[in-house]
Write a protein that binds this ligand. Sequence first.
Ligand SMILES: [Zn+2]
Length: 149
Amino acid sequence: MNLEDKELEELFKLANKIGKKRYHKLTRQDFEDYRKFDKWRYINGDSECGTTQESKDWVRENSDWLCPICEERYSQRDGKTIDHKLPRSQYPWLAMEFKNLWVICQRCNKEKGEMHWYEYEHYMLIHHPKLYLNVRNVRPIQLLKSLKN
Ligand SMILES: [Zn+2]
């Protein structure tokens, strides 16, 4: 089955179904990876963005001047945040998967919330059609395919 050919909603339903199935098979390692993300990101837990040296370096290497979604300067959008493309709440085993992480501005992150990726693409298409391709073009296709396993 070619995921690219599927309609957004159909894909969302599929990923959601698989995500739920995976929930029942969560392992101890999944849980540890989930917690590892907090340790990697925070020292004192007072910021959304990288606060350990390692996560700070990662943020610097993986971000530019502008948020990849809204194309505005981070400083005008409440700063940088590390976001999980596939939300941690739904896919805890992808918490420390770097292919799942990207740097976006605080406001876009809040707006994205806990939406599943396809739900978010759909949301952008409806609410911010001019920015839709910014999201569509970074669809984490490998990760979405991995949900089938
Ligand atoms: Zn933004």
